[in-house]
Ligand binder design. Structure first.
Ligand SMILES: [Zn+2]
Length: 156
């Protein structure tokens, strides 16, 4: 996956973008949430990112198809829409499904990621930017030609 042309560092050489989830990052210069797929500015990083996303309130039966015929069986293996809804949050610019959460009907979206932006800036000012999140496939590592570093470099 190639990222869009966002300069990884500002003119002072400080980190600009911090990855938060698979689809979200924070631009520490503008203090905005950004969609990683299209670089769309979602909203203030000091606010709930969900405010800047499109919400789709899904009947869980549409997402998890019942394994049994609901007309024949009272209990199917699909979530009951009376006590569970699935809120899906989409980037308004590119339509990427950024987040999904299971909530009781009528429950407002949770504020699940609340970050101390000032602490984050302090934490990241001396680090190299991470291009890919540290989950899933291993990111391509920069090869050092001068020496062979066999530990994986995660010193904190
Ligand atoms: Zn997007």
């Amino acid at each position: 996956m190639t990222s869009k042309a966002f300069p990884p560092h500002n003119i002072e050489g400080a980190i600009v973008n911090v990855l938060i989830t698979e689809y979200l990052r924070i631009n520490l210069t503008t203090e905005k949430w950004e969609c990683r797929a299209c670089s769309h500015e979602i909203g203030s990083a000091r606010e709930n990112y969900k405010h800047g996303l499109l919400v789709h309130n899904r009947d869980p039966r549409e997402v998890h198809k019942p394994l049994l015929d609901p007309s024949k069986y009272e209990r199917t293996f699909s979530p009951n829409p009376d006590w569970c809804r699935i809120l899906e949050f989409y980037c308004p610019s590119c339509g990427t499904l950024v987040e999904a959460e299971y909530l009781p009907p009528g429950h407002p979206p949770t504020h699940d990621i609340e970050l101390d932006i000032d602490a984050l800036k302090e934490q990241w000012k001396d680090r190299e930017e991470v291009k890919e999140p540290p989950v899933g496939a291993e990111p391509v590592r920069r090869v050092h030609h001068h020496h062979h570093d066999h530990d994986h470099g995660h010193h904190h």
